[in-house]
Design a protein around this ligand. Structure first.
Ligand SMILES: C[S@@+](CC[C@H](N)C(=O)[O-])C[C@H]1O[C@@H](n2cnc3c(N)ncnc32)[C@H](O)[C@@H]1O
Length: 203
């Protein structure tokens, strides 16, 4: 589901970029390590700032990035112009990476979900797609928003998300395991337990 205007503003403003660069990316790096030379995938790249961090902070060699929203794809392509030999941004949905990117099985060394899967109506299909395209031993870095957060009046009033079948942290981890993605023992939460941050290994 596309972001509404409020969320678009929150996600694309400079304060969020500072938070992503100084808080979220370092947490993910501590939990899962860097990915030097990796062929990486990012689902739901938004305006492309996370994609830039995957290259600059994680050391990925290339990133294939997709977003459902054509306006975000345009913004990401503009932001990532200087990485044009390394980054490929396409419009498409995380629940069908073959259609979006022509992605074959076991293609990527690392996959990143920076706050996206809770936006996907059939979110289990997105998890299955991440598992399908990661090679054995590949790492899935995720930062997800739980059903408890989405149920808060502030979220419901201000933001648009699918209303049905959202996940608790436990349900998300169970869906990862079900697809052969083994969550690492270390993980973090923040804003109470609204956000869950972690890494899972493709078996
Ligand atoms: C909260 S934003 C996060 C954007 C980016 N990852 C970031 O950290 O700035 C969620 C993004 O997911 C995208 N999105 C929503 N549903 C999607 C889907 N089914 N497939 C791919 N992207 C999707 C939205 O268009 C939006 O750009």
């Amino acid at each position: 589901m596309l972001m509404n205007k409020v969320e678009t503003h929150l996600v694309t403003n400079p304060a969020n970029r500072v938070f992503q660069r100084c808080v979220e990316a370092p947490i993910l790096r501590r939990l899962g390590g860097r990915t030097p030379g990796a062929r990486a995938l990012e689902i739901g790249c938004g305006s492309g700032y996370g994609t830039k961090l995957i290259i600059d902070q994680f050391g990925a060699a290339t990133v294939d990035a997709i977003d459902l929203d054509p306006a975000m794809v345009t913004r990401a392509r503009r932001r990532l112009r200087r990485y044009r030999d390394q980054v490929h941004v396409m419009q498409g949905s995380a629940d069908d990476l073959r259609a979006a990117l022509g992605a074959c099985d076991a293609t990527y060394d690392a996959a990143f979900d920076l706050g996206v899967i809770h936006h996907v109506t059939n979110w289990r299909d997105a998890v299955a797609e991440v598992a399908r395209v990661l090679r054995p031993g590949g790492r899935f870095y995720y930062l997800e928003v739980t059903a408890a957060a989405l149920a808060r009046p502030s979220y419901r009033r201000l933001l648009d998300h699918p209303a049905e079948d959202r996940f608790t942290a436990g349900q998300f981890l169970a869906a990862l395991r079900c697809q052969g993605l083994e969550p690492a023992e270390s993980w973090r939460t923040y804003v109470g337990s609204d956000y869950r941050v972690g890494v899972a290994l493709r078996l």
